[in-house]
Design a protein. Structure first.
Length: 179
């Protein structure tokens, strides 16, 4: 039976080269950039893994890249959460589950955040329910991993730089095996 790290290496190898939904990077480039930002922030290993795998839900379905143009929210955060919870537990899975909610939260609490979103992120925000209300924001703040999800979201937003040089996927094998 394939171990967790090998399964991720295979999945990223098979699907990571696909376009990242209207952004100028591939799925794999996006994942590696987010993980690199997490590594540079010296956060815990679980959050680095969450950054690397935050969009794994996109790799688990066969929907086309332009699915948002068709008005479909893939709910990739829930698919990723379920997949990751089974393999790594809540320390990795919960920030992934909440990274979309963190975008909605940041749109509510940070007046400048929305203006910095990419066009593709704005489009998906509409499909994901738009900015939180005050009540939704307070409820989000009660989640045990909400701070990790907010940090993950910021790395997610930044991880769209064409040609950024970061360690390759193999650099994370030991981390994934150790979790």
């Amino acid at each position: 039976m394939e171990d967790r790290a090998e399964e991720i290496m295979r999945l990223m190898g098979e699907r990571g080269g696909e376009a990242y939904f209207g952004e100028p990077v591939s799925q794999l480039e996006h994942a590696l950039q987010a993980a690199w930002f997490a590594m540079k922030a010296n956060c815990g290993q679980a959050l680095v893994a969450a950054a690397l795998l935050h969009d794994v839900g996109h790799l688990l379905h066969d929907l086309p890249e332009n699915v948002a143009d068709q008005g479909v929210d893939t709910c990739h955060e829930e698919a990723g959460y379920a997949w990751l919870l089974e393999r790594f537990g809540p320390g990795v899975a919960e920030p992934v589950r909440s990274h979309v909610a963190a975008k909605r939260y940041l749109c509510h609490v940070d007046p400048d955040y929305y203006a910095r979103l990419s066009p593709a992120s704005v489009q998906s925000l509409v499909l994901q329910g738009g900015p939180f209300s005050e009540e939704q924001a307070r409820e989000f703040e009660r989640l045990p991993y909400y701070r990790d999800a907010v940090q993950l979201r910021r790395w997610d937003d930044a991880a769209k730089v064409p040609g950024l040089v970061e360690p390759g996927l193999e650099a994370y094998r030991g981390l994934l095996e150790g979790l």
